[in-house]
Design a protein around this ligand. Structure first.
Ligand code: ZN
Length: 137
């Protein structure tokens, strides 16, 4: 975990309540407790709605532009893959069926039991397309 991620996670979790509290204190000093409480509640509700909407937006985005293709058995989707290791310019994933895949840039290749790498899918404009025979080495 790097510092940037932690900062983002902290903001994601506490940004809304912190903002609501700050605004409530500011409003409270001018207009009293009632309006301060209302401000606090309103910002908190807006914050949770925004988080919910962002979550849905990310879900939709990942459905249409998945990070990883469906596995060769057709059973595993992008989030069914487990990270195995990082290579120099590659990331190795294992799908729910136990098959290993190697991702290198836009290329997603299957790694068989003997360690042979076979190109499987290539990302094109955010969508995965099967690699045709003549493209594979
Ligand atoms: Zn699978």
């Amino acid at each position: 975990m790097n510092g940037q991620f932690n900062l983002f996670a902290a903001f994601w979790l506490l940004g809304g309540p912190a903002l609501a509290l700050g605004a409530a204190v500011w409003v409270g000093a001018e207009h009293g407790f009632g309006l301060a409480a209302l401000t606090f509640a309103a910002i908190l509700v807006a914050w949770f709605l925004l988080r919910e909407l962002l979550g849905i937006a990310v879900d939709v985005l990942y459905r249409f532009f998945p990070l990883r293709p469906t596995c060769r058995n057709g059973r595993c989707q992008a989030f069914d893959y487990q990270w195995v290791r990082f290579g120099e310019s590659t990331v190795t994933w294992r799908c729910g069926c136990g098959t290993e895949y190697r991702q290198e840039g836009a290329m997603f290749s299957e790694v068989d039991a003997e360690g042979r790498v076979r190109p499987y899918m290539r990302k094109h404009w955010g969508r995965w397309r099967p690699v045709s025979r003549d493209e594979s080495r």
